[in-house]
Design a protein around this ligand. Structure first.
Ligand SMILES: NC(=O)C1=CN([C@@H]2O[C@H](COP(=O)(O)OP(=O)(O)OC[C@H]3O[C@@H](n4cnc5c(N)ncnc54)[C@H](O)[C@@H]3O)[C@@H](O)[C@H]2O)C=CC1
Ligand SMILES: O=C(O)C(=O)COP(=O)(O)O
Length: 630
């Protein structure tokens, strides 16, 4: 139930994003050459009045003198202010309308423009307490009502005292005059509202600094107003993901911490306790221990394709949805593979090294064209299949093998086993995923099966290949060359040294896991993944999640959305519906999707229900978590 409380809300820079008299100045001085001078002066007087360094009445008189406004200007001002209502007030408009009898707008501004704006928003204009202009017959402002306490310093406290409110009183405002009410003992708490301005002088004495209204409603436990204030959502981004991601999360109002390296399991366990969204790339391991240390984790955001570094099973059991970017760097890996095939077939790594050492080795020995050579692709997924098309366009003859049935693109030939493929082709390139079963699938036996003088490329995952066996096959001359981008042990950051048995080998290209590291891919990933996360948080949509049942949902309008994640056991939906029926709840729409481990039920319901309902739904036995979107 809603607590019987009174909210005293300031108008300028709190209910609206701006100071009304500044806007009035813009209106009055439009086209006037003195405009910028007078505007600066007015803003200066406003600030002095707000932070308490100038007597309020003096500040008002000085500003009105400078302005020389009339009734038409005030009407125009009200119209403009209707478009300047603070964002978090707009977000919570529906809820606020339901509280209209508990809300007073108390302002040192003027009822003449405040009332129309407040009424337009849906609050009660009779609950606006503010100053009043005095006009002459021609409609010019000539004065203001000096008997009104709000025209003086300390006026707000006096007004609240006169109201003699029953119940708790909370003041929301951005200035010293709002703080005053609390200091005079007429309010339980003063919330300094910093969404539009931050007045340092007032900060020190505020009971609570609130970056927006969501924070205040959450803090006051005013249920049904919002799911969770966005400014409380903490995002930890590791491994130097694209700055675009920071921008998108910050725009959404989340708190973002950004790091360029990955973290070890222990470091992560310590850091992740109050994190809601963790953003990683291929190096950070999200183990069960990490998941258990994370008390508030909603999402793992993998800013890459591979998700082998994440214990998906543990994430699912703990109700953590994982998103990745399955296509954003596909092309970049393909282009690297193509470049490396050509370089190795031409023996370029050795030729280039010789040149740097002052050796001119002009010769066609060991240099071939790729045209008509046979390319063997192991793993014909997104990367493998795209590589197939591009390689064929260069005149290569493509063979592929995949565990799953995959349609051949172009003229590619499907092989029934990896062994069959290995004996046929001049270049073997691995594009399998990093599932544990793929550890060491390529070793001495597989190298033996390859044609003499063939080329080997691994851009997939380091653990897939027995590196020692690869080294021996290069040194023995069985293989003509290799390119390796991924290693069983990779440095955590660019500050750590790299070590590998493959260093210094002939016709060998070693790259620091940069298959997907292009400007295009990273920028793409930097917006793709945050958008998935934001959509999930805002609507419950799991489309594209790696571990959750996929449901594409539209935003909720005029309904409340109940999101329920449970262990996949029978009858949970029936149980939810029984509870809803018992409470006479009108279901507007409902979806259930399950995978082997969990079920995801989304129910949009009419907004009229008792809070007991939510408690009962939370208590359903196999619930992992339950969330409401308002
Ligand atoms: N070097 C780099 O920077 C990058 C590396 N990668 C790696 O490339 C992998 C593949 O990426 P996508 O093609 O987008 O993934 P994908 O999931 O579309 O394709 C993987 C394919 O490999 C097949 N496969 C798995 N194990 C196999 C096996 N033992 N034998 C034959 N086929 C097998 C799967 O059935 C699937 O078709 C990623 O999982 C990631 O590990 C991805 C991007 C960048
Ligand atoms: O996308 C992948 O799976 C990759 O391997 C690329 O990883 P990265 O983002 O470069 O750490």
């Amino acid at each position: 139930m809603i607590k019987p409380i009174n909210l005293i809300i300031d108008f300028d820079s709190t209910f609206t994003r701006v100071e009304a008299l500044d806007v009035l100045a813009e209106i009055v001085l439009e086209g006037d050459p003195r405009q910028s001078f007078v505007l600066d002066k007015i803003q200066d007087i406003t600030n002095k009045g707000m932070d308490g360094s100038l007597d309020f009445r003096a500040s008002l008189e000085q500003r009105l003198d400078l302005l020389q406004a009339d009734r038409r200007d005030i009407e125009e001002l009200a119209e403009r202010l209707k478009g300047q209502i603070s964002r978090s007030f707009l977000r919570n408009q529906e809820y606020f309308k339901s509280l209209r009898e508990s809300i007073f707008i108390v302002s040192n501004g003027f009822t003449d423009f405040i009332k129309p704006v407040v009424a337009h928003y849906g609050l009660n204009p009779d609950r606006v307490i503010a100053n009043e202009f005095i006009y002459d017959e021609a409609g010019r402002i000539i004065d203001f009502n000096k008997d009104n306490p709000l025209s003086r310093n300390g006026g707000k406290s006096e007004v609240i005292k006169q109201l003699d409110l029953k119940g708790d009183v909370y003041v929301i405002g951005d200035g010293a005059n709002d703080l005053e009410i609390r200091k005079a003992g007429y309010a339980n708490k003063f919330y300094l509202f910093t969404e539009n301005v931050e007045r340092e002088k007032v900060m020190a004495e505020a009971d609570h600094i609130a970056p927006n209204l969501d924070e205040i409603l959450y803090e006051l436990k005013m249920s049904r107003s919002l799911s969770y204030p966005k400014n409380r959502i903490k995002v930890l981004l590791l491994e130097g993901v694209h700055p675009q991601a920071v921008e998108l999360f910050e725009k959404e109002g989340y708190q973002v911490e950004y790091m360029t390296s990955s973290l070890s399991e222990d470091e992560l366990c310590e850091k992740i306790t109050d994190v809601n969204v963790i953003g990683i790339r291929s190096k950070t391991h999200i183990t069960e221990k990490v998941i258990k240390s994370a008390k508030r984790l909603i999402n793992v955001a993998a800013f890459c394709i591979g998700t082998n570094q994440i214990d998906l099973d543990a994430c699912t059991r703990h109700g953590v949805a994982v998103f990745n970017a399955p296509y954003s760097n596909t092309r970049s890996v393909v282009e690297l593979a193509i470049a490396e095939i050509i370089m190795l077939v031409r023996n370029l790594p050795d030729k280039a090294r010789a040149m740097h050492n002052g050796k001119w080795e002009k010769s066609a020995a060991g240099a071939q064209e790729v045209r008509s050579k046979k390319l063997g692709i192991v793993g014909y997924g997104n990367i493998g299949a795209q590589l197939s098309v591009v390689a064929e366009a260069m005149g290569m003859d493509v063979y592929y093998y995949d565990l799953e049935e995959k349609l051949a693109l172009g003229n590619a030939t499907k092989c029934d086993s990896m062994e069959e493929l290995l004996g046929l082709v001049d270049v073997v390139t691995l594009h399998v995923d990093g599932r544990p079963e793929n550890n060491n699938i390529f070793g001495a036996k597989q190298f033996d099966m390859m044609k003499d003088g063939a080329i080997f490329i691994n851009l997939a995952r380091g653990k897939v290949v027995d590196v020692k066996a690869l080294r021996e096959n290069i040194l023995s001359g069985k293989l003509k060359g290799c390119a390796v981008d991924v290693f069983p042990r990779e440095p955590k950051s660019n500050d750590e040294p790299f070590e590998s048995e493959l260093m210094g080998l002939p016709n060998t290209i070693l790259t620091p896991h940069i298959g997907g590291s292009t400007a295009e891919a990273q920028e793409n990933i930097g917006s793709f993944v945050p958008n998935k996360v934001i959509q999930y948080i805002n609507t419950g949509s799991t489309a594209g999640s790696v571990n959750f049942p996929n449901l594409q949902l539209q935003p909720v309008h005029h309904a409340h959305r109940l999101l329920h994640i449970h262990h996949n056991v029978p009858k949970v939906l029936a149980h939810i519906d029984q509870i809803l029926a018992k409470h006479n709840i009108n279901i507007l729409s409902q979806y259930l999707k399950t995978n082997e481990q969990i079920g995801y039920v989304i129910t949009d319901v009419d907004r009229a229900y008792d809070d007991d309902l939510l408690e009962e739904l939370k208590q359903i036995e196999p619930t992992i978590w339950f969330r409401v979107l308002y």
